[in-house]
Design a binder for this molecule. Structure first.
Ligand SMILES: Cc1ncc(COP(=O)(O)O)c(C=O)c1O
Length: 395
């Protein structure tokens, strides 16, 4: 096997001249913190997702935190989340002194098991103050069922749409469902601002509260203060807010990426189809599900499952690393993270437990070519057929 010289990391950002020019424009404008570019980015994002409001913040974690905060989640409350997610989904619940209720996921879609949601509501009743499902890999969760549950029990839903910038469900974009959705623009996401996030909602009051809480608790954000109609010499905090704003430099990146969205998404979709094709004869691997009846996927990450239980997934990751391939896990179940395992030792979720040692995320991003993906498939085959038969990666 010829080992490639350069490292193929999980993903790298796709930055073109358009992004660079937009950032230079922000730098030259004399306004580099939250200003007109953020306003424009929010306008484009809200319009695209078919919602009244989009509030830009510094990360999806901040978006989830602020969304939960303005919904009044606090001490003594319970919040239902899937365990197969990034830690943020649970961390923000803990930070608000509430308790996360970890649900299992469906093995095929990796999305929250709606039966588990109902079980928790039966058990904890009115103490359940919110449900935060994740659209894993950009594949929308079972929004129809989640909406029915939410409406019949009057429990609001905040979607963790970190992966779902380009995802839709039925004839609506993912950001148009639930009370609010929270998006991520982290460096490797489908649309990046380096770091950044967005809250979408149709609720006027909640959106205004999100702005206030994410910017020092001020009723007007800083750039508005300088406009003729809002100029005010002494803005005051009306709540003890946080500083979670996005800057114009970041929003400039986001605007340019947004304008390239069709190109970015079609390239991503093409690469996923290519992976599906070249991995189809690997009977020891299960390929990801990217389509459901109504869900139009965003193809954020390509997560395979290692079906051959004699393979130690961690050793396989190491072998891939020696061939200059970076991989990751989406996700190691949160309830099995040190903090959560200590605090909630009795949580048992069989699908997540199985996935914990079986999932593996392969490199995928719009900067990669068919050759890059072919190298990954060839490497998997090489390791399986050679190292595996030499028993070096047997458990
Ligand atoms: C499902 C999920 N939720 C939340 C986050 C947090 O996003 P951010 O890094 O923008 O805070 C991530 C990050 O990757 C994620 O994958």
């Amino acid at each position: 096997m010829n080992v490639r010289k350069d490292f193929l990391s999980l993903a790298i950002p796709d930055i073109s001249e358009a992004e660079k020019n937009e950032v230079i424009d922000a730098l030259n404008s004399g306004w580099i913190s939250t200003g007109p570019k953020v306003k424009e980015f929010e306008r484009l994002f809200a319009e695209y997702h078919g919602v009244k409001h989009a509030v830009a913040v510094s990360s999806c974690t901040a978006a989830l935190f602020i969304a939960a905060k303005v919904m009044g989640i606090g001490k003594g409350d319970y919040v239902i989340i899937p365990t197969v997610t990034w830690q943020s989904t649970a961390n923000i619940v803990e930070q608000l002194d509430a308790t996360p209720l970890f649900c299992d996921v469906y093995r095929d879609t990796l999305n929250i098991n709606t039966g588990d949601i109902e079980e928790y509501i039966k058990k904890y009743g009115k103490k359940v103050k919110a449900i935060i499902p994740v659209h894993h890999s950009g594949l929308p969760a079972d929004i129809d069922r989640i909406t029915e549950i939410s409406e019949s029990h009057n429990i609001p839903v905040i979607y963790d749409a970190a992966h779902a910038v380009f995802s839709s469900y039925g004839n609506k974009m993912a950001g148009g469902f639930g009370k609010m959705s929270a998006f991520s623009f982290y460096a490797t996401k489908n649309l990046t601002t380096g770091d950044g996030g967005m809250i979408t909602t149709d609720d006027d009051e909640l959106s205004e509260q999100c702005r206030t809480w994410s910017y020092h608790g001020l009723p007007k954000d800083s750039w508005k203060r300088y406009s003729a109609e809002n100029a005010s010499p002494h803005v005051q905090s009306i709540v003890p807010g946080y500083k979670f704003n996005l800057t114009d430099i970041q929003a400039a990146l986001g605007i340019a990426q947004f304008r390239r969205r069709e190109d970015l998404l079609s390239k991503r979709n093409y690469l996923v189809e290519y992976y599906n094709e070249i991995l189809k004869d690997f009977d020891w691997i299960e390929r990801p599900v990217f389509k459901t009846g109504k869900g139009r996927w965003g193809n954020h990450v390509y997560v395979i499952k290692i079906l051959d239980e004699d393979i130690d997934r961690d050793k396989l990751m190491k072998e891939l690393r020696t061939l200059n391939i970076g991989t990751n896990l989406h996700f190691y179940p949160v309830h099995r993270n040190v903090f959560y395992e200590k605090k909630y030792p009795d949580v048992t979720l069989p699908v997540a437990e199985w996935l914990k040692d079986r999932i593996l995320t392969l490199p995928l991003c719009t900067k990669y070519s068919e050759n890059d993906l072919k190298y990954v498939a060839d490497s998997l085959k090489y390791i399986y057929e050679n190292k595996f038969s030499h028993k070096s990666i047997l458990i």
